[in-house]
Write a protein that binds this ligand. Sequence first.
Ligand code: GH3
Ligand code: MG
Ligand code: MG
Ligand code: MG
Length: 310
Amino acid sequence: AELEQAAAELIVALHEVYRAESSPYMKILLIDDDPAVGPLLEGLLSEERISLTQVLTAAEGHEELNSGDWSAIFVDLILPDADGRTLLTRIRAAPSHRDTPLIVLSAKTSSLVKNECAMYGIDSYIEKPIDPRTFAVGIASVLGRARSLQAAAYDDSLTGLPNRVGFRRAFEPLRLLAERNGSPLSLALLDIDHFKRFNDDFGHHVGDRALVTAAQTIKASLRHSDLVGRWGGEEFIIGLPETGAKAAVELLGRAARALREHEDFGAQNPMTFSGGVTELEPGETLDFGLLRADQLLYQVKRTGRGKSIC
Ligand code: GH3
Ligand code: MG
Ligand code: MG
Ligand code: MG
């Protein structure tokens, strides 16, 4: 029992690591010949999870642009070897930086210059000397956008659950751990029943909200150590560590009941799902398990829906 407890704690810790990793860590590039600006920005952004790289010339800036996937870029207009505006053109021309939040820092206050910068598609123009309060206001929304651009890579924006990429990433350590400990690991693929009808009856907007409710309800009725993701439209995927297929089916029964009894749906419009559950054999990959889970799910759909089988 003590071992089981330790294993459960380890799995929860792994989830925490995943969450910490996927809560976006921002890499910011600062191209500015004033060495004091870097530490100043770092101080002002101390609440954010960032790493800041400062280069002092346009030439170095060019190099960094090629090498890094930056979350946001700050450019000073007056650089020793070039006009910063040539950098702006270059940044927006690069496919990888077309949407990257771009902020100009400059002592130039002429509206002519500001308008020109606006045409390059910059997100914010901050005058030097940097006033901390103006900076905070100007930068909050820009960094918010940088953060959500990054979060989009791993999390589904509607439900907040890991998306396909996020699930794959978080599932891998669970799989390796189960393999090493020789402990069971189950995989479930769920699909909401007749969801098209739900949309047709209530509209897409209500449908979206129902998906969020379904995601939250399913997640809340499982264990902290279970990993729940959104696999596609109205499909969810679940990794259940320390759980054999039969036990996983029982747990899904609990989730199904919670959904059935949820006040948002009720007896008139019960929300049900069908599920395919399989236990991964040691050495089996996620995709291999998915194949089986998908076949089982199809079988449930064909034979009446509303339950999970293994
Ligand atoms: P079945 O029981 O066979 O799964 O029936 P179904 O209607 O759920 O299956 P189908 O795959 O035919 O349709 C899935 C529906 O889910 C269609 C699509 O409009 C809806 N859907 C998928 N993603 C979303 C979403 O993000 N929001 C909303 N509102 N609907 C979605
Ligand atoms: Mg300068
Ligand atoms: Mg479907
Ligand atoms: Mg469906």
